[in-house]
Design a binder for this molecule. Structure first.
Ligand SMILES: *Cc1c(COP(=O)(O)O)cnc(C)c1O
Length: 380
């Protein structure tokens, strides 16, 4: 089955009593036993919920995986995946990883005796050289935020398999429509469903997908033990959203490509970052492992003052954290999402004070281009 068919049908069955086409919101915390000890496979709402199960099956299918698990946030999914490991384990992580992940690893999990190395995973040699005797896990984000660096998925999967290391890719930026890390041999895929998968900026959620039975069994155990599960209503909202994921991603991608075309001719932009640009240092790698380039563009307007003025002058692009919704957003990472990243580390990634990140929505392209054009003209 092709993606646009799976997004609508995978994990979905007409409801048994009425034939309702849409999976209902099973807003219940518990289930009645017909006789003592005789359940219909449902015992307690944290452990299992039919609305959640439908979403989990849907997301697993979209990532070409066997098992899906949903969580109350992307961070709850990150917490659950790191709980697969133990004190003394060494973990390799992309240096320019999502700030919340870095905070969880450094300010919470380090206190539990885990050892973390932050590596430029887009550099195969650096990744390989970071592996130690006790390395048990490699956690990669590709493309990264906001620099849009790409890690080689095939290399990651082969290295992990060779060294018996579990690999996980945070695939939030690409969504399952443009990139499927499991197809390359990666063990686990993670999403903040808050972003493209839900896409309507009205739910916080996360998921993990794997095809490895042992890993799946342990994640299921952790999901129930830790208990950071999403509400049935949130699952229903995300399930409604996945039905249009292909169409939304195509529209995000098309708008972003068109905006890049216009911006690459503009002399006010000092640097433009987008994996779909032939000038992106990893354009060929991006093309080989992604079927599209997504809706995130970063641009450097040259100074802090210009970046602030540019954000303030935009009218359709709203100044907000987050990304992946149908509406266009703009963010100044240094003052917003990446405020807590030390200056040295920021400079190492090339994250300058003049850098602005656009999450390109699916509005009409003419309006978006005019909005950006007006904002740039106002800078002089
Ligand atoms: C937002 C985000 C997360 C965290 O997800 P929440 O749903 O906000 O908890 C993790 N990784 C990436 C890449 C993100 O963009």
């Amino acid at each position: 089955m092709k993606f646009a068919t799976k997004q609508i049908h995978a994990g979905q069955h007409p409801e048994e009593t009425t034939g309702a086409v849409i999976t209902p919101i099973f807003q219940t915390s518990t289930y009645s036993n017909e006789k003592l000890g005789e359940t219909k496979g449902f015992d307690y709402g944290r452990t299992i919920n039919p609305t959640r199960s439908a979403l989990e099956a849907n997301l697993a299918a979209l990532e070409n995986g066997k098992y899906g698990f949903c969580f109350s946030s992307g961070m709850a999914a990150v917490q659950t995946v790191i709980n697969l490991f133990k004190p003394g384990d060494h973990i390799i992580c992309t240096n320019n990883v999502y700030g919340g992940t870095y905070r969880l690893y450094e300010q919470v999990m380090r206190d539990f005796g885990m050892e973390f190395s932050y590596i430029d995973t887009s550099d195969n040699n650096a990744l390989k050289n970071a592996v130690k005797e006790n390395t048990k896990f490699i956690y990669v984000e590709t493309p990264t935020n906001p620099m849009l660096n790409i890690t080689d998925l095939k290399f990651l999967a082969e290295l992990s398999r060779d060294k018996k290391i579990v690999s996980c890719v945070d695939n939030t930026f690409m969504s399952p429509y443009f990139q499927n890390p499991l197809d390359f041999g990666v063990d686990i895929v993670l999403h903040s469903t808050t972003k493209y998968i839900n896409g309507h900026s009205d739910v916080i959620g996360g998921c993990l997908v794997t095809s490895d039975e042992k890993i799946a069994e342990r994640i299921k155990f952790l999901q129930n033990s830790i208990g950071s599960v999403p509400s049935p209503f949130d699952c229903w909202l995300v399930l409604r959203s996945t039905k249009t994921l292909a169409q939304r991603m195509k529209a995000h991608n098309e708008n972003a490509v068109n905006i890049c075309k216009a911006l690459s001719k503009n002399k006010q932009i000092e640097k433009l970052y987008y994996p779909g640009l032939e000038t992106h240092p990893q354009y060929e790698l991006a093309k080989s492992q992604m079927s599209g380039f997504g809706g995130i563009i970063s641009l450097d307007v040259g100074s802090y003052e210009k970046a602030v003025d540019f954000c303030n002058a935009l009218k359709i692009f709203q100044i907000a954290e987050s990304l992946g919704g149908v509406e266009s957003l703009v963010c100044h990472p240094v003052s917003m999402t990446h405020g807590s990243v030390p200056v040295d580390l920021r400079n190492e990634f090339g994250l300058t004070v003049g850098l602005v990140r656009l999450s390109v929505g699916i509005e009409d392209i003419d309006d978006l281009l005019a909005d950006i054009d007006n904002a740039l003209k106002s800078l002089n």
